[in-house]
Design a binder for this molecule. Structure first.
Ligand SMILES: *Cc1c(COP(=O)(O)O)cnc(C)c1O
Length: 491
């Protein structure tokens, strides 16, 4: 359905009432020469692009959002997202935020955008975020929302299939408006549980009585996508500064992809004036996306695999819907038909003209866990640089692409997580089977042997006290949420 709302409304609502996604009606434009990029700080660039990308917020509001979201000391690198170069391969490190993964880049801002939207729209209702996490989203969202007025967040994490580091990041995060609850089972079960809670008929009454409403912090919220455009421009500025490209030279962008938010933001950056030749979508053994880009047929009707790059273990990539909308020339009826087919038949096929348009800009590939570990080892041997498993998948897909084409365009790879977040994969990839010990023991040995410094956040985490000990089963989750919604938050 075509319906226009202001950016603050879109951020507050998260999803349109019909379940569709909000898209920009007009892409922001950089509005100055690319060769001026090196002179802009990350905050300046963010403020500039956000004002245009999320119109409807006042200029003062956006200044404050960026100041608070990207406050001094939140990121452990002065560039926020520094670029590390090896030959024609450039890694933009998106993991210098509080939870060491790229979701911090947007989830540091989104909560402030949400609170500003409440204020600007005169909404007194408390925004309630309810989410299940397989790791990275939960901790980044908890950190972003901690103690923000008029918000509360409930995160369910599965007992199985989440690393010790990821779990500690969540249960040790202070904040009076945070509710963190372990659930029996794996991520799929936690996700189904949250879906059932959203469909529950009693909770809306509870929300109403408490003057609350649900919002969303996942990448379906447009308030997460626009902030992600910023680092692609900032990276280009760094490449100019280092003499790796001249202003206007095209680059390729390689992104380890799951829900397709990060790479879509790169495509948005191109619409705003960034010179990009080809977008490379990288996936793991769950390769619904590459299959789609290669055939024009999207199929979620396939087995789910748990892999070493868990943040990409996704069968339905929600943000693809937005790309299809834009590339079809804003053909809302077509997209609505495709999304209905996806719901009913778990698959859809796009018309040939649309497929051709997509393939002219996108290349997609994937690799399995063995190739991913091999890439971590190979790249460390070659450069001394340590890749996390997600970034390694992207690096391997780029190598495959370069072998099968003659394309020598400089490549910018989104390095989406710190290797120290995944020691149980990185250790054996580098050194063979690990000795007995916890994730934290492995982290210490990796740091020692590779001479890469452990982020201070992780050093403090090992001995941090768990603050959240809630636990439930699928049967008791409803009562848990019901009670949690009604709890007073002392400020
Ligand atoms: C979320 C995540 C991804 C996938 O990003 P999308 O925007 O969902 O495509 C890749 N790597 C890491 C480390 C992540 O946390």
């Amino acid at each position: 359905m075509n319906r226009s709302v202001s950016a603050p409304e879109a951020v507050f609502q998260g999803l349109a009432p019909d379940g569709g996604l909000f898209v920009p009606t007009q892409f922001p434009q950089l509005g100055f020469d690319l060769d001026q990029l090196p002179s802009k700080s990350y905050r300046e660039l963010a403020t500039h692009l956000l004002k245009q990308g999320l119109p409807g917020y006042t200029a003062e509001t956006m200044d404050a959002v960026v100041r608070l979201g990207y406050a001094e000391g939140k990121f452990d690198d002065p560039l926020f997202a520094p670029v590390k170069s090896f030959g024609d391969r450039h890694f933009i490190e998106l993991f210098h935020g509080p939870t060491l993964a790229f979701k911090d880049m947007a989830l540091s801002l989104l909560p402030h955008l949400l609170v500003a939207a409440q204020k600007q729209l005169g909404i007194s209702k408390e925004a309630v975020i309810l989410t299940a996490t397989s790791g990275d989203t939960g901790s980044a969202a908890l950190t972003g929302f901690a103690d923000l007025p008029n918000t509360r967040i409930v995160v369910f994490y599965p007992d199985q299939g989440i690393s010790l580091v990821q779990k500690k990041q969540m249960v040790c995060q202070p904040g009076k408006n945070l509710f963190v609850c372990g659930v029996d089972g794996n991520f799929d079960q936690a996700q189904s549980l949250v879906k059932a809670l959203f469909a529950n008929k009693v909770l809306p009454t509870t929300l109403d009585q408490n003057n609350q409403s649900f919002s969303t912090a996942n990448s379906m919220n447009i308030g997460r996508l626009i902030p992600q455009m910023v680092y692609y421009f900032h990276a280009y500025g760094q490449l100019i500064e280092k003499g790796k490209v001249s202003s206007g030279d095209p680059i390729n962008i390689v992104v380890p992809s799951g829900n397709f938010g990060n790479i879509l933001a790169a495509w948005y950056a191109k619409q705003a004036g960034l010179p990009v030749k080809t977008f490379l979508v990288a996936s793991n053994k769950n390769h619904a996306l590459p299959d789609f880009f290669n055939t024009g047929i999207y199929s979620a009707d396939r087995p789910f695999h748990r892999t070493d790059s868990p943040s990409m273990d996704i069968l339905i990539s929600s943000n693809l819907e937005r790309l299809l909308f834009h590339l079809s020339g804003n053909d809302a009826p077509l997209i609505s038909t495709l999304m209905t087919e996806l719901k009913q038949k778990k698959r859809y096929a796009v018309p040939d003209t649309l497929k051709a348009r997509i393939q002219s800009e996108f290349y997609a590939g994937y690799c399995d866990d063995a190739a991913c570990r091999d890439e971590i080892k190979r790249y460390h041997k070659k450069t001394n640089y340590v890749l996390d498993p997600h970034t390694a998948v992207a690096s391997r897909v780029l190598s495959n692409y370069q072998q099968s084409t003659t394309d020598t365009t400089p490549a910018l790879i989104a390095a989406t997580a710190s290797p120290f977040k995944f020691p149980a994969t990185v250790f054996p990839a580098l050194f063979g089977s690990p000795p007995q010990g916890t994730d934290f023991d492995l982290i210490r040995i990796i740091a020692q042997k590779t001479a890469v410094e452990v982020p201070s956040i992780l050093q403090n985490l090992e001995n941090a006290k768990p603050l959240h000990t809630d636990h439930c089963t699928p049967d008791t989750a409803f009562n848990y949420v019901q009670n949690t919604l009604s709890k007073g938050i002392l400020s």
